[in-house]
Structures are given as C-alpha cells and as structure tokens.
Design a protein around this ligand. Structure first.
Ligand SMILES: Nc1ncnc2c1ncn2[C@@H]1O[C@H](COP(=O)(O)OP(=O)(O)OP(=O)(O)O)[C@@H](O)[C@H]1O
Ligand SMILES: [Mg+2]
Length: 285
C-alpha cells in the first residue's frame, strides 16, 4: 500500500487509458474465465442477499422494498490480500450480468482544479448509460480516503471523496468496493454500504475446498482427496495455494520429475515462509 504522498502524486499524474481500454472494461470476462470463488457459508449468504435486488426484482418490488431503496446497492468486501475479493467482484458482476467496470484512481485523477471530480462524474454517467454496469472500486482505501486523515485536508482530495460519495449514493447499479485497509476509508461510507462483508482468511474446510478446486484436472498429481487433510492444516489463502501448485508444476517440469503430494506439501510450506520485510514508511523524519 502506497503512503498518502504517493497517492496524491498519482492523482496529479494520471495514467492515460486508451479509448479501447475504456470500451473493453464494460465487458464481462468470458464465462469460462470467471473463477468461482470458494466462500464461507456466511459470505455466500450475504452475496445471495445482494443478488436478490438485481435478479429477483418482482419479489423485491412486490414486498415494497423498492420504496426503501429504489437505487442500486453498494457493498464493501474487506479482508487480507489474496483471499478472493477481486474474484468475488468479477463473479458477482457475472451474476448481475450488466457489464463490469473498474474505477481506477489512475484513470480519473487529474492535476487540474476540479478535473478529478469531472472525470468521476463522467465515469458514473458512462456506467449509468451502459445499463448501470457493475462498478468495482478496488483498493477503495486509495480513492475513498478518510477526510479525517492527517495530510488529507487538501481541497482536491476532499472534493474527490465528496464527489465519489454522492455518486455512490445516486447510482442505480451494483457498486462493489474492496479493501484490505478498512481503517483508511472515509467514515461516511459505513452507512452507504448495504453490507460490509468480511472475506477473511479461509478456515480449514475452505482450505480443503480450495486445494481441491485449484489443482487442474490435467495436472499429473496422483492423490486421494483425504490427503488434503494434512496440507489444508497449513494456513494458506487462495493466492498462496495457487502459487504452491504453480511452483510445484514448474519445479517438476524443469527437473522432469513427477509431482507428488509430498512435494506439494513442501511447496506449501515454502509459501508460508515467503515473507518480504516491508518498509512501513519511506519517511525518515
Ligand atoms: N476464496 C477464493 N476462492 C477462489 N479463488 C481464490 C479465493 N481466494 C483467492 N483465490 C485465488 O487467488 C488469487 C488471488 O485472489 P484475489 O485477487 O481475488 O484476491 P484479493 O482478495 O482481491 O487480493 P488483493 O487484496 O491482493 O487484491 C486469484 O487467482 C483467485 O482465484
Ligand atoms: Mg484484489
């Protein structure tokens, strides 16, 4: 996660997206490329609730719920890196079926006064025109920074957060925000989310399911499903499980050896010890 200075610098130096990029971002990934997330029962139940408003409109209306919330819905997925937030967002967008568009600070940021607000308003207007496409605000903490944070009093950052909040409230489609730094988010957001869903680290049962789901059917590993009982005790998340399988595959191909469950266990343990000693701040003051 970049610090505040770096984030503000990104605002002043937006990366230009091409027109082609803009168009394709409204399209959903082909269905065969959408990963089905492995979910806890609680998370699955929350996601199913969210989908009712979009996929079961007649009941929603006949129960009068549209009088309470006619507009769209915003939800927050929070949880550590690699636990499936982005995967869930893409999967949800597919279930809603109206296209998918990511809001990226690099694309809407502008160094000109009022420029960022203008781009944000334009972004939401474009999404509204595209059948209220599902909007994904990944790393929401970097764009919806708390207005109370030190160093955030700059008027253009305040303007950005205010403009986003009002667009989020008025939007008629699904908005999914994701963060692994919830403490950085603006306080006004809490009540704007219909649900705050804690994706969290997978538990033992989910890890068993992840191991089973992630080993490709073509992968030449002979195993009995019960053999995951031990490997699933290692507290890896989905990304680390994929990485262990990939590393095993690469090692076996390069050494022309057969993958075994013992070698997979070794790769899984290596994932656990793969730690970078991160610098917390680049300021030395
Ligand atoms: N619960 C899960 N179900 C299925 N796949 C998962 C799950 N968790 C992680 N993965 C896999 O691990 C990889 C990383 O997942 P993803 O990008 O969705 O995580 P994230 O929570 O968005 O991480 P970050 O906070 O770093 O953005 C993906 O390839 C994804 O398929
Ligand atoms: Mg992500």
């Amino acid at each position: 996660m970049a610090n505040i200075d770096e984030l503000l610098a990104t605002l002043a130096n937006p990366k230009e997206g091409t027109e082609g990029d803009k168009e394709s971002q409204f399209e959903l990934d082909p269905l065969d490329r959408v990963k089905t997330p492995v979910l806890s029962k609680a998370v699955r139940a929350d996601l199913d609730d969210v989908l009712i408003q979009f996929n079961n409109k007649s009941k929603y209306r006949s129960w009068g719920l549209n009088y309470i919330r006619k507009q769209g819905t915003a939800i927050l997925l929070k949880g550590p890196p690699g636990t499936g937030k982005t995967t869930i967002a893409r999967w949800l967008a597919h279930r809603v079926g109206k296209g998918f568009k990511m809001l990226n600070i690099g694309h809407v940021g502008s160094g000109d006064a009022g420029g960022t607000e203008k781009h944000i308003n334009q972004f939401f207007a474009d999404c509204a025109k595209r059948r209220n496409a599902t909007i994904f605000i990944d790393e929401a903490d970097s764009i919806l920074l708390s207005r109370k944070l030190e160093g955030i009093e700059l008027s253009f950052q305040l303007g950005t957060t205010n403009t986003l909040l009002s667009n989020i409230s008025d939007y008629r489609g699904l908005i999914i925000c994701a963060t692994n730094l919830e403490e950085m988010l603006d306080e006004a957001l809490d009540q704007r989310f219909l649900k705050i869903i804690d994706v969290g680290q997978p538990d033992y049962a989910m890890r068993c399911a992840l191991w089973r789901a992630k080993i490709p059917t073509q992968f030449p590993l002979q195993y009995d499903k019960r053999q995951f009982a031990d490997i699933a005790k290692l507290e890896l998340n989905g990304r680390q499980i994929e990485s262990a399988i990939l590393n095993l595959g690469l090692r076996c191909i390069s050494k022309t050896i057969k993958p075994t469950i013992e070698l997979l266990y070794q790769e899984a343990k290596r994932e656990l010890s793969k730690v970078i000693n991160h610098v917390r701040s680049i300021r030395t003051r």
